[in-house]
Design a protein around this ligand. Sequence first.
Ligand code: SF4
Length: 924
Amino acid sequence: MTTNKDLPRIVPVGELTSYPPVDRWDDWTEYDAKAWPERVENHYRLIPTTCFNCESACGLLAYVDKDSGEIQRFEGNPEHPGSRGRNCAKGPATINQVHDPERILYPLRRVGERGSGEWERVSWEEALTDIGSRMGKAIREDRNDEIMYHVGRPGEDGFMDRTLKAWGVDGHNSHTNICSSGARVGYAMWSGYDRPSADFANARFILLLSAHLETGHYFNPHAQRIMEAKQAGAKIATVDPRLSNTASMSDYWLSCWPGTEPAMLLAIARLLLEWDAIDHEFMERWVNWKDSLAQRYPGRPQTYREFVEVLKEEYSGYTPEWATTECGLQPGQIEEVARHIAAAGHAFSSHTWRSVGSGNLHGWQGARTLQFLHVLTGSVGTKGGLSPSGWVKFKPQHWNMPPPHSRWNELLWPKEYPLAYHEMSILLPHFLKEERAKLDVYFTRVYNPIWTNPDGFTWLEMLKDEDKVGLHVALTPTWSETAWFADYVLPMGVSAERHDTHSYETHANSWLGFRQPVLRVAAERDGRTVERTYETNPGEVWEETEFWIDLSWRIDPDGSLGIRKWFESPNDPSRPVSVDEYYGWMFENSVPGLPEKASALSLTPLEYMRRFGAVEVEKDVYEVNVRPVADVEVDGDGIARCDGAPVGIAIGDEVVQGFKSPSRKLEWYSATMDDWGWHDEAIPGYQRSHVYWRDMDIAGNERILLPIFRLPTLIHTRSGNAKYLYEISHGHPLWINANDAEALGFETADLVRIETESGHFVMRAWATEGIRPGVVAASHHLGRWRLEDKTGNERWSSALVNVEEIDDGKWRLRQLKGIEPFTSDDPDSERIWWRDPGVNQNLAFPVHPDPISGMHAWHQRVKLVPAQPGDRYGDVVVDTNKSHEIYKEWLSMTKPAPGPGNLRRPLWLDRPVKPTPDAYRYTD
Ligand code: SF4
């Protein structure tokens, strides 16, 4: 029988069958469907930009109507190497964000009490002058650490790094320790690279560990390549306590107890060792086995064969039988998956990002033990295997880069967390509560910590207190729970309204994308001169790139602080650098091959990027570790250095690039972890989670709550303005296994009170077979709220609520009404038929910072009880005094700096806006 697989391919894998050819993008004609049977032509200018609705940065094509000058819709950009013309639902929904009738169109300044919701419209000039002069004063008074930039979704690479260096401010804060610090530490301790890049399309076996994998992180570029592999015969296993969309499409669903995943992975490692399904040539050459033996097993023979024996001994207890019980799996599953991995060899690919790494105490061992399987099988940097992300993520140079500063901000990099992969952002309100410091100017950029972070009422307390936060400036494309507590709300553009560059590890090729304000580009093609992007965006919506340039000018108007010089135009120092000058320099000088590609089409590199939206920089990036390096000096340890900095390693007669770890090899044993007090954790291992199932009263009413799975159609907090997406996704049930529901007396739609360590919340049960017994789950999307009826958050998605401090530090959020139709310029707002806004469960989670990675361990031990008298759907009650006590309990697990050499942090570990080495040392 002929199957689809046997049919001849009409188009090569990965290419669309039909899309507008690029040479017709300036005048693309379509017939007006509504005018049928008349043949009425519509003419569009198609302008590429980049989606901003998740990190993947897929290409979009804006269809700009040539008659009205408005954006009519968004489709995929076929010229984009990562997404190849495809998008998920969130890409085309950008059109909702552009035309959202509730969007913030002008800069606003608070006039009443902070949080009272009284605003006045101000000009950009007023806002810039006020904020800039306040920052200039702080810097003049050497209060640089009182300035903080806190980013949720950056969407750009390097621009803010440059800006903060120019200011001399160690104030970069991120969302990473509610997101991926756990996985980053697991990967970085092997290779120095903190992210993986899976070559899914060429894999023969794919192992996914995920709470939401491939429905969120690199969703579309990964998903399309996983499907290609599947079509070519690859098998897929998904590890997730919940039957996610990905698990349901997989060949194997492994529903581990949360936090036990490393035990399963080490059992697989044990089997690979037992079967000798090991790439010994790779291991002997690329694993730091000599250091491992010398430092951890000095009394044993110092040979590679002995190292393999050590591995067998270390993991001898991880039998498949033991791991099957420990993880709660079906007998035989572990062996079957291990056999596939052994058979796939170099074509074994995997991914983990949030999931185990972001759910659990010691969750970083998830990535550490997963990478171990790649090291054993030699599937590192291979076709169909797993590479470090840094090999494919292309980072162009930025124009006129300032040198690093020599400051160290203890609010972000506190002594208790010397190995934390990113800033300890979740602890900021607790540090301010302890009066460790205060903030004078605090920027939140596309970030909504009151809603997104754990312990949101503690954030609310912090933001209301003007002694702790002098000025809060929210840069945001939408209203948010956090923006409500700002002093300035500054409207920033969505993907079609701003400039930036980005590159991600979507596959084995390296590329650079360019986001651009499409109406500005259209205006300039029509011959208009545009000085600032807000002249062409809706209202006075601006973009961050120009905002930061102009703000920097206001911080130092006369240049006396030495800041202004970094932002002066290279052609006319009396004015700020323009975006054309800035990105024109980047594309001309730091993107290999781009000038030649542009010149072949008689374009400048900037014109090329404006025309195509992206450029491929390198194809088939594999085995970068064996690339030769030249003009280096090799030290006694075999490390090749250039100007003192490690750049490679001597192996045999060759000097090659290697990895970025201190040994330039893959570090099974991490001397860094050992030196900083974590001896047991220095090798891939398994430590029990804070939600270890045997420690819990599962026979009673205690359960493990998974609060972090994503829906493929929503975007953290930013999709509240996308009506298409909310029409698809608007329910927010508590997933509970049908057996558990029966045992606890719940039926679907019953109200359940979910008790956490610091409070409780109330939602409705959904009895399902799609989750393992003992575990309950609720998506981390949904639960948006607003404090005023007609503003403060989009009514497509939010509940009107009352927030009250019912006792000292005890807060209650109660929904007054759910989602309802409303009247606006968009007639669809009167057609809203969905009602459930969901529940802001994160408010009731105290902080759980892992003592090594700093990652917030999101999973919760909860008790499920029927709703109590007076409880209502959506109620959230929290005691912030209790949550502060829990913060202190977790703080007591840390092993503070200084480490060796009186260091605050190992010098080799990456961090954003890395200061000079002297800043790493305590001076007292
Ligand atoms: S995966 Fe979807 S949301 Fe993410 S960038 Fe691509 S189209 Fe946008």
